[in-house]
Design a protein. Structure first.
Length: 147
């Protein structure tokens, strides 16, 4: 986890020490993809209170090892993050699933756009690597039995 973060997030900052920290943080869910028993990538999701009555799901990190990129694994991991957020929305009031992405990360942005995420207007600062940080979100359909 540390090595993959160090490799794929290097252009944006030093995420090598950060990802294992997030992994150990209570409330952060990590899902690992595997191929033939070998880990190929992961997605991390956490839920935050936006207001007293509403929560939001946050994709903290999504990464696929370079050797396995472009084979549909990133899309599968993201779909899983969306699915568990929709499942959580059956019990809690979850408005949307959101994430941050660098403006230069066109590969990740096309994945997010084609999965129903849209840009959130606003200024969200810059990454350590100097890229502009963009926020994207996708509404979570409220189930009929939602609280
Ligand atoms: C972004 C990332 C998770 C995507 O994972 P992946 O397994 O390579 O993606 P997939 O194979 O599932 O492809 C999903 C979509 O990504 C885009 N994509 C994939 N390969 C691409 C390429 N070579 N060039 C441009 N877009 C590409 C396409 O939109 C693709 O959709 P399609 O399959 O319908 O064409 C992966 O590239 C990665 O780990 N990147 C480094 C870490 C990172 O930037 N994470 C996101 C930070 S917010």
């Amino acid at each position: 986890m540390r090595d993959l973060a160090g490799e794929v997030f290097a252009p944006f900052g030093n995420y090598r020490p950060l990802l294992p920290k997030w992994f150990r943080t209570r409330g952060v869910l990590t899902f690992v993809s595997e191929l033939g028993g070998e880990p190929t990538g992961y997605v991390m999701v956490a839920f935050f209170e936006e207001s007293a009555s509403q929560m939001v799901a946050d994709v903290l990190a999504i990464a696929v090892a370079p050797a396995f990129q472009g084979r549909g694994i990133g899309r599968m991991l993201l779909q899983h993050a969306i699915a568990i957020s929709e499942e959580a929305a059956e019990r809690f009031s979850i408005r949307a699933i959101r994430l941050s992405v660098a403006n230069t990360n066109s590969r990740a942005r096309s994945l997010f756009f084609s999965s129903g995420f849209a840009d959130v207007p606003g200024d969200f600062g810059t990454y350590e690597g100097g890229q502009k940080a963009l926020h994207m979100e996708r509404p979570i359909a409220q189930p009929a039995n939602a609280p």
